[in-house]
Design a protein around this ligand. Structure first.
Ligand code: IVH
Length: 725
């Protein structure tokens, strides 16, 4: 339908229009702008509805739509009957039977923040001629991000199901919908005097089911779905209902539209409110927004007890509810792209009326966009502490879910090849929740011909030694252990929280000291000249003292921390703890043979070989000896010894002591809780103690701990908080 060249042009034009500041909207002849906006909106609708493969985010689409609306409002004579604002999408899936909805299904207008919602509230009151200072009751429910469905029940039987289509005519999908267990084939509408009814809802796939589907597709060598919505809308259109059933689709019904009694009278307004009609649907066996979701495996408590629907007494409650769910969306088992706010009273809904595009009594509160398209400017290669080379995409900065994204890891060469990513490409970037942003795909249809395939480097970008790719691994490595990038990477890791945990000696400080020529390997971290530190710009005596205290404390760390801090490839926290429990002194490991490593649970052949190699390299042994001579502990401590201990607990590796009177538990109970969290219980205050928890009337122990200066001092509340982490 659109040639590649046209698509490129329309895409560029969209971006150009998007970057027009609001104030410049009328700077060119409005007729031309209306024409441009109409053309790009049609194109994006086609990509979205027909191809199921949008090239811009919903947010960007909405911005373009709003621009057109603004100009049309100012120049009503420019509104043509086939403007995107006058109809909602036109093209439908080819070859499907099409059916007309009993009532047109409009779209929803969008809002993005509290201000937009307040404006909406104001306009509702104006339309209904209500007191501008009074309250309007709203129903707020999730905006499900799946495929819209429209169901017709006649004489209590499901007789027809359709997609939304253009809002007036949709594709008939009855056979597929009949396979969904969430959709009753019979429902007792007649007992409520309803002979024929049209319901709207959304077909969705649970996130965990979606993950399983994609896993199975990967194993079968099939292409993966980009997200649950694509899998759901595709599922609705399957030719074979059996295949549709295998998608695990579920339907939420959120709107009772058309309803007539046996004589054909419209009885939709027999209900007084939206929530009343939803309660009716729920009582007849439909899954509705009232359904309570069990939120599992999460530390965060669900807002409003996990209820996703609320009848709010005013817009302030609406805003609070919408914002709470925006924060919690990632913990919810289905994809949501926002919340829908509806005037609850049906009488008021009628008074508000509709535009040709959307009802004036409802609005979507859209969550922050998480997908966007942008240009790949360049690729940089980062060398990690073990020599792994990671390609990093340098993107034209783009806003995603509230943050600006410009550097995104592309993992390895295979990632680039399989997605056919080229420099200069437009790429689709996604950021889901707390997950690190990633490139979903490149958009080859938008290429201009000037894109350049990525030439993966053969040599280390830092030390230029030849890169190697060990068999069975996806990653190219620099094998020069003295490569500057690796040396720095190892030092930064050595001091990090999970390793030696040296506060105040982070990445930038290490880089600075390295440039000053103070650091050559990790042993130099224990030779820092604090007088020189104190005289550095931005430091001073206090910072130097703090740094010294942190380093002195780290010297006493249990040896599992030291083992972990050595950046032996694959030697993680857990295996370090297991190894530490087996030796009296770290250097005992140089006498171990390969088999002995493998007798340890969780140590496989690859890790065994890596640790063996490390302890059979003379330079490493010398490094450890030097560190020991500088005061770093290489002997097993109490914390290392205990095997029955919860190695994954938040207090693992720490020794703890309680003093004073605790208010919420006895000291014995507290000790038990601490042990469960992985801590070892100390008998007195010494330099080996990590934490002192103080209750009321704490005496000499507190004073002694304060004098030592290296012990963390917590109160009871802090202790309870930490063990919950
Ligand atoms: S009400 C007349 N409620 O959002 C308004 N729509 O543009 C009818 N959607 O694709 C829609 N969750 O499928 C409504 N709780 C909800 C919704 C919802 C998702 C979708 C709907 C349509 C779009 C509306």
């Amino acid at each position: 339908m659109y040639s590649a060249e046209e698509q490129r042009h329309l895409y560029d034009l969209s971006k150009e229009l998007l970057y027009t500041p609001q104030a410049d909207l009328f700077s060119e002849p409005p007729a031309e702008r209306v024409e441009d906006l109409t053309r790009v909106l049609r194109y994006h609708e086609w990509r979205y509805y027909v191809g199921n493969d949008p090239v811009i985010s919903d947010f960007e689409y909405d911005q373009l739509y709003k621009q057109l609306q603004t100009i049309e409002e100012a120049f009503p004579t420019l509104i043509s009957p086939d403007s995107p604002t006058q109809r909602v999408g036109k093209d439908l899936m080819e070859n499907a039977v099409q059916v007309e909805h009993l009532e047109p299904m409009l779209s929803l207008d969008n809002s993005y923040d509290a201000e937009d919602l307040n404006d909406f509230d104001e306009s509702v009151k104006k339309l209904c001629k209500l007191d501008p200072d009074g309250d309007v009751e709203y129903c707020v429910e999730p905006k499900y991000d799946g495929g819209t469905i429209v169901l017709v029940y006649e004489n209590d039987r499901l007789v027809r199901a359709a997609t939304r289509g253009d809002g007036y005519v949709g594709d008939e999908i009855t056979a597929n919908i009949r396979t969904l267990r969430t959709v009753p084939l019979q429902a007792g509408f007649s007992a409520k005097g309803i002979q024929k009814v049209e319901l709207r809802g959304e077909a969705l796939i649970r996130k965990e089911v979606f993950d399983k589907i994609n896993q199975a597709r990967q194993e079968a060598g099939e292409t993966l779905f980009a997200n649950p919505r694509n899998a759901a809308t595709g599922g609705l259109r399957m030719k074979d209902p059996k295949e549709a059933a295998e998608r695990g689709l579920e339907a939420f019904l959120y709107q009772l539209g058309y309803a007539v009694d046996a004589t054909g009278n419209d009885i939709h307004t027999n209900f007084h409110s939206h929530d009343e009609s939803i309660h009716l649907l729920a009582s007849l066996g439909f899954k509705t927004p009232l359904a309570e979701e069990k939120i599992q495996d999460t530390q965060k408590a669900a807002p409003f007890g996990g209820l996703t629907t609320k009848t709010c007494k005013n817009i302030t409650e609406v805003i609070e509810f919408c914002q709470a769910w925006q924060e919690y969306r990632d913990e919810y088992p289905y994809e949501l792209d926002g919340m829908v706010v509806k005037v609850n009273s049906l009488e008021l809904q009628d008074r508000c009326g509709s535009t040709s595009h959307h009802p004036r009594w409802a609005i979507a509160f859209k969550f922050k966009a998480r997908q966007a398209t942008t240009k790949l400017r360049d690729v940089e290669y980062q060398v990690g502490k073990t020599g792994a080379v990671t390609p990093v995409a340098k993107l034209e900065p783009v806003a995603l879910a509230g943050v600006i994204v410009q550097n995104v890891s592309m993992h390895n060469e295979e990632f680039i090849r399989s997605k056919d990513i080229r420099i200069g490409d437009q790429v689709l970037v996604e950021r889901a929740g707390d997950v690190i942003p990633y490139i979903v795909k490149s958009l080859p249809e938008l290429r201009t011909g000037s894109e350049v395939p990525i030439d993966y480097p053969k040599n280390c970008p830092v030390c230029h030694s030849h890169l190697v790719k060990p068999e069975g691994e996806a990653i190219w490595r620099c094998e020069n252990a003295n490569c500057e990038a690796q040396v720095l990477g190892r030092m930064i890791f050595h001091t990090s929280k999970h390793a030696m945990d040296i506060e105040g000696l982070g990445e930038s400080t290490i880089e600075r000291f390295y440039k000053l020529g103070w650091l050559h390997d990790i042993s130099d971290l224990y030779r820092i000249d604090y007088e020189k530190v104190a005289s550095l710009e931005g430091f001073g005596q206090k910072s130097a003292d703090n740094m010294k205290a942190a380093i002195e404390k780290a010297k006493q760390n249990p040896i599992h921390r030291l083992l972990h801090s050595l950046s032996v490839h694959h030697l993680g926290q857990k295996a370090s703890k297991l190894l530490a429990a087996e030796v009296e002194h770290v250097l005992d490991l140089k006498d171990w043979d390969l088999e002995k490593y493998q007798t340890i649970k969780d140590v496989g052949p690859v890790l065994a070989q890596n640790v063996y190699n490390f302890f059979h390299t003379e330079a490493n042994i010398e490094l450890l000896q030097t560190m020991e001579s500088l005061g770093v502990n290489l002997r097993q401590t109490e914390a290392d010894k205990r095997k029955d201990v919860n190695v994954d607990g938040p207090l693992y590796g720490k020794s703890i002591l309680f003093t004073g009177t605790l208010s919420r538990m006895t000291r014995e109970e507290a000790g038990k809780m601490a042990a469960e969290a992985g801590a070892s219980l100390a008998s007195g205050v010494s330099k080996h103690l990590s934490i002192l928890v103080v209750g009321e009337k704490a005496g000499s122990k507190l004073k002694k701990a304060q004098a030592l200066g290296t012990i963390e001092i917590w109160d009871e509340a802090e202790f309870l908080e930490k063990i919950r982490e």
